[in-house]
Structures are given as C-alpha cells and as structure tokens.
Ligand binder design. Sequence first.
Ligand code: 4AD
Ligand code: MG
Length: 441
Amino acid sequence: PAAKSFKVAKVYEQVGERVKVSGWIHRLRSNKKVVFVVLRDGTGFLQCVLTGDLALAQQTVDLTLESTVTLYGTITKLPEGKNAAGGVELVVDYYQVLGLAPSGDDAFTNKIAEDSDPSLLLDQRHLALRGEAISGVMKVRAALLRAFRRFFEEESLTEVTPPCMVQTQVEGGSTLFKLDYYGEEAYLTQSSQLYLETCLPALGDVYCVQESFRAEKSHTRRHLSEYTHVESELAFITFDDLLQHLERLISQSVKYVLEDPVAGPIIKQLNPDFVAPTGPFMRLEYKDAITWLNEHGIKNEDGKDFKFGDDIAEAAERKMTDTIGVPILLIKFPVEIKSFYMKRCADDPRVTESVDVLMPTVGEITGGSMRITQIDELMAGFKREGIDPKAYYWFIDQRKYGTCEHGGYGLGTERILAWLCNRFTVRDCSLYPRFSGRCKP
Ligand code: 4AD
Ligand code: MG
C-alpha cells in the first residue's frame, strides 16, 4: 500500500501506521537474519529493523554507512526501557537505495575516525559534520541565534545588516584583513559597532548578527579569523543599564535554549553538568582583578606580577575565571588598553565604562562599553590610537547631529557555544572554521 512520507522527528507519533522515511544510514549492525539500521535525516534518528528476505537482500546490496535510503514500513512502539529515539522502531517491509556510499579503503569511517589528527578531521569537515556531537552543536547554534532574536524582539531592538566591506577599523589595525576594493584599500569588518551607532537616531536601539573578521596570527582555542558576531547598541542608557541588559541577554537566551525541544536535550548530553546562570552576575573592577591575580600568584605576559595598565591576556584571564567559577562582569579597564571610542568614568578618568563578560572554561565571551559622546574627546581618542579620523567622518557626525549617551557590546557566538556545549575550542562551534592556515573546505 502507498505510504505517507515523514521526516524522522514527525514519524515518532505514527505508531501503527505504514510510513515512508528517507535519510542516511547513521549506524548499521547485522547478522544473517536481522539488520539494524539507525537512520538519520537531520531532524532526528530512527531505529529500523530489516528481517527475513529483506535482511538477505541487503547482503546482496551490501548496505554501507552513510548510504542514502528510503525505507517503507510500520512504526511500532518499543517496550519501556528500550533505548531508541522516540521509543519506536520502524519495521521495514521495503527499501530503496538512493546513493550507495563506498566501502573498503574509501569507507566513511576511515575518513573521519574520531582519533584522526584534528587537521585531517578539519579537511573532512564536510563529512565530520554528520557526527552527533558536531551536528548537535550546530543545532544548539541555531537555537541560540533564535533565542537572541527573541530576546531582542522582547526588548524592542531592530535588526539591521551592516556591510562587511568597510574602510574603517574598530579594534586595532593589527588584525585587519585588507582587500583591494576596485583599487581602493578596504577591509573585512572587525565589528559592526560604528554602523550600529549611526542607526540609533534613525531606528532606535539596534542589533545585528553578522560575520566579523580578525587576522589573528596566534593559534588559540578561542580565536577564529571569521566568527558570527552578535552586536547591539542602546541609546539613552547608563553604564549600569548596559550591565543589566547583558545579564538579561545571557540569562534569558540561555534559558530559551535550554527550553528548546531540540537544543535542550543536546546540551544535556554534551554538557551534563551545565548550570544556567541567573543574574545579577559578579562585578569585578579591573584594578581589583589585578590585585586578585597577584594574590593568586598568576603572572603577566612578561612573567612578572601584574601592574595597573597590563593587559590580562587569555591564559591569565581563563585561570582567574575558572578559579572564581561563576560568570563575571569585568569592568572599568584602563583607557590605554581599550579602543578609541570608549567613554571614561566620571569618577576616575584613568579608566573606561567598559565591560567584558567572562565565563568559566572560555573566559571572555562579550566585550562592550559606553561610547564617547563629545567630538573633541573622540578626536583625542583617534589621536591616542594613531588613527586618521578622515575615514570616520560619518561616525563623527553621529556626535554632531544630536549626540546621546549610548553603549553597546559584541558577543562571540562561537565562544558562548563552546561554553554551553562544553567544547574545548571555538573551532568546534563554527560550521566551517577559519583560522590562520585554514580556509577550506
Ligand atoms: O571584544 P571585541 O573585540 O569587541 C568589539 O568588537 C566591540 N566593537 C563590540 C561592540 O561593542 N559592538 O569583540 C567582541 C567579542 C569578544 O568578546 C569575543 O567573544 C568575540 O567578539 N571575538 C572573537 N571570537 C572568535 N574569534 C575571534 N578572533 C574573536 N575576536 C573577538
Ligand atoms: Mg574584547
């Protein structure tokens, strides 16, 4: 009889019905009499069983892992305690092979053996993606972006899509990717912040989900050359409003992801000990962090005690965050180690109204600040950083035509994912990671 076709995620409810399901052979186990298949179609996994003539027939086809098949049969409920997705099994009565994957030396499992050299696995990323952990992280990623958008909607922010090809820098000249733009010098954007700032008088509070690019020379577990940057900019706020907004953003988005029917169970599996953070987060001033680091014998990049003005580099920052063990809002960084646009604190002009959100296991996931509102102060910032302000005329105009107190932040999607999904490196959290030495597949 004709069978209705279903995606795996929808087929679990079809107990007793004859159905048609297409997908890839994720797992395969057989003896003379029975063949067990776990079918995967991206929406879920389905345990399937072939017996009798069908089992014999499969030996003539010699089904392989990752072959594409269409299976027909009846969905049967499994007794409690049987470990199969949806608690059901497809008893197959007919099947078609749509694409037979190779066996022997060229077999799928040879290409993506889990103990392969990581760089070989990255060469085979298009195949490795099919694995449960990596595809799981990508499902969580989708849920996370959905959660951010839901949060921004609730907070009345408007989504915009700034350009990726630009002629201004935001976070320092040393990590700019340069490109030849019809004979003019241009760059791949490091951050959409400056564009978001110009949107405030037109659209009110705004956000974007945009690729940012950094020519990071060092190989670290948390730096990519291209990453998905979630940035937002908020008008008429105080520094404390900004900090509270960040607490809400992180707590709410994580809550939405954990409640998501697809992403929630994946996080449970990948990161069983994960505890959702709830605000308010610990607030730690940069100067107190310096004291903390020295009290705990953690050294700066020169192997010496930290002094006010030192950058807290990745290793020290992570050691501190892991030891403290809770989310931290690290605030009030010195002017000299931060970008040209950051507003100084009224009560201590050596430091800025700036914030990094630090999470155990990854460290910095977010960087933000209040912005300079006055043109002369901004010009001094350009001068300090050695930036020619000419290319920034449009950004400067934002201070000329109705300036306002405002602030914003950027959040690295892959970093928050590494924290959520318990991945050692952000490379696992990007579909096709880009870092120095890798631009394929
Ligand atoms: O701290 P960053 O450089 O801040 C900015 O770009 C600001 N202009 C954002 C803003 O205020 N609108 O970058 C923000 C975040 C970091 O906290 C980190 O999570 C992520 O972007 N990030 C990276 N993620 C992966 N690979 C890299 N190379 C990254 N560089 C920054
Ligand atoms: Mg930063």
